[in-house]
Design a protein around this ligand. Structure first.
Ligand code: 5GP
Ligand code: MG
Ligand code: MG
Length: 193
């Protein structure tokens, strides 16, 4: 088998029912978001970027390189999903931050907000550690799926409630390195609960 230059949606056959956001659209929007973030934080007090593993790896890598200030990064891993496509509402810390948050301005960097349960919990958790401010930046948001109100300062794209993969987002650990965001074809996860 010969590979094309990267993992491309067209190599996936019928695994995606549609491409929702292209690599190009992600890049353009991310630059706009970065300009907004730069305008909102004083240059001598840039925020600590907190990425939520593993999904936010791609957003973090691209956003941090787009920002024109020293972007300190730290990571958390939380679990609310397992390998399933539905939110349990239960959040567990699998890996905590290395950084003390006392007095810090924190910008949470996320791949997607679905029910909002994970982010609502995380924001409160980081605030309780004495952060001066906690804002949220997410590449994707599903407004129709929101179960709790979460104040999100920066949103890339509002999308329908379909289960999506790519640009960091997985189904059973696959598709994360797909460069576009696509809707996973239902037959791929058919049979699950
Ligand atoms: P929430 O707590 O907002 O419902 O979901 C948060 C997490 O669920 C996200 O960070 C992501 O890991 C996962 N998630 C939610 N919607 C999707 C989706 O459409 N596709 C994938 N791959 N993961 C999702
Ligand atoms: Mg996430
Ligand atoms: Mg996942």
């Amino acid at each position: 088998r010969r590979y094309s230059s990267c993992m491309d949606a067209k190599d996936l056959g019928d695994e995606l029912s549609k491409i929702l956001v292209t690599e190009e659209q992600l890049r353009t929007r991310l630059a706009e978001m970065a300009r907004q973030i730069e305008a909102d934080y004083p240059a001598d007090r840039p925020p600590l970027l907190v990425g939520v593993l593993k999904g936010a790896v791609m957003v973090m890598a691209d956003l941090a390189r787009e920002l024109r200030f020293h972007a300190e990064m730290d990571w958390m891993a939380v679990s609310s999903y397992g390998a399933s496509t539905k939110s349990s509402g239960v959040v567990r810390i699998l890996k905590d931050l290395d950084t003390a948050l006392e007095g810090r301005d924190v910008l949470i960097v996320e791949d997607i907000i679905d029910s909002g349960l994970t982010l609502a919990w995380l924001k409160e958790n980081l605030e309780s550690r004495g952060a001066k401010s906690v804002r949220i930046c997410t590449m994707l948001r599903k407004p129709d799926a929101a179960k709790v109100e979460v104040d999100v300062a920066y949103v890339g794209f509002d999308i329908p409630t379909d289960f999506v993969v790519g640009y960091g987002l997985d189904y059973a650990e696959r598709y994360r390195n797909l460069r576009d965001v696509g809707v996973l074809a239902p037959h791929v996860y058919a049979g699950e609960d």
